[in-house]
Design a binder for this molecule. Structure first.
Ligand code: SF4
Length: 338
């Protein structure tokens, strides 16, 4: 279980029952507690970005989500469901490194009822059509679930929403914190998987592949729709053998489960210049493959350019994953391989 080094309470958080409960809970723990007189987060040490990053990742901020205007979340969902921002993991390639800048702390919201009421309003606006909410657009929410119970609450809420669906993705394994909740098939839990070589090299402070697969098995045994996100795929070294053995391990662990409702999303590694610069500041010794001359440059849908593997490599990757997934998981859906 994630134990923060310090917990910061924003002023308004203590106006909510959950904020008060968390305040009382951490009083008896060996953590630094900072009670703010405002809602402006301060008190996290660190002179440079690397230090701020290390300290921020061990800081839990308890706050109130003021903006109840949800961001859109295309193409995979209609809206982001803001339960948590930030993540305890230290993945070198993580999109949060650029997105959260020098605020890498984990901020959880205590006004979950208000957030879910807002989700209901959005669903009502599209009544008759399904509205999908993504719970991990700016976080991995599972490590802080023992404190927030936000996922469990959202799963229970969406179980009773005829037109609302919930999904989130995680690399973490404390699924016991939500799997007993009645889901009614309305929540899809996706697990982000990678080979143990990639995990050891780049996904610091995250569980090994075997543990993630074990967690996925537990979720599937409770009949949650389940997805597997294999990303980022690195087409380096003996990648085919390594990804095939990952998928074999998955097959062996879930083969006993009848009527599997599973999907796959496969994303090759890519990076922007901005991300590369940020990664080099936080992880100066990184061995992430980021040599521009080995990649093709492409403009993405948001107008900035990305360095991708070249066309032939992507075709080879598609062919490989299609073949292995359809052989090992003939009943699954491949949502995309990009
Ligand atoms: S687990 Fe996911 S959200 Fe967390 S640091 Fe790693 S890539 Fe980022």
């Amino acid at each position: 279980m994630f134990v923060p080094k310090r917990v910061i309470f924003e002023k308004d958080a203590l106006k909510y029952r959950r904020g008060i409960e968390l305040y009382e809970y951490f009083q008896n723990k060996d953590v630094e507690i900072i009670k703010l007189n405002s809602n402006r987060v301060q008190g996290i040490p660190g002179v440079d970005l690397a230090e701020k990053y290390a300290e921020g990742k061990r800081t839990l901020v308890i706050g109130v989500r003021k903006t109840l205007k949800f961001q859109t979340c295309k193409p995979s969902a209609h809206y982001q469901l803001p339960l948590v921002t930030g993540c305890i993991g230290h993945c070198e390639y993580c999109y949060l490194n650029t997105q959260l800048g020098d605020k890498p702390y984990i901020r959880v919201y205590v006004n979950i009822e208000e957030i879910l009421q807002q989700a209901e309003k959005y669903t009502q606006e599209r009544k008759g059509d399904i509205t999908i909410f993504e719970g991990a657009a700016t976080s991995d929410p599972l490590p802080v679930e023992p404190y927030t119970r936000g996922l469990a609450q959202a799963i229970g809420f969406f179980a009773n929403q005829p037109d609302g669906r919930f999904r989130f993705v995680t690399k973490y394994t404390n699924v016991e914190d939500f799997i007993e909740v009645e889901h009614n098939g309305h929540t899809t839990v996706r697990f982000s998987l990678n080979t143990d070589r990639v995990i050891k090299s780049y996904e610091h402070f995250t569980p090994p592949a075997g543990k993630r697969i074990e967690a996925a098995r537990k979720v599937m045994e409770k009949e949650f729709p389940t997805g597997f996100l294999i990303a980022p795929v690195f087409l380096e070294g003996d990648w085919k053998r390594e990804y095939e053995s990952l998928l074999t391990m998955l097959r062996d662990n879930i083969s006993h489960i009848p009527n599997k409702n599973i999907s796959f999303e496969i994303i090759s590694h890519r990076y922007t210049s901005k991300a590369k610069n940020r990664i080099l500041e936080i992880f100066p010794q990184t061995s992430l493959p980021m040599e521009e001359e080995d990649r093709s440059f492409k403009y993405g849908q948001f107008g900035y350019g990305k360095y991708m593997y070249n066309k032939e490599q992507i075709s080879e990757m598609k062919e490989f994953f299609e073949k292995v997934i359809t052989t090992y998981f003939p009943e699954s859906k491949i949502l995309y391989i990009i």
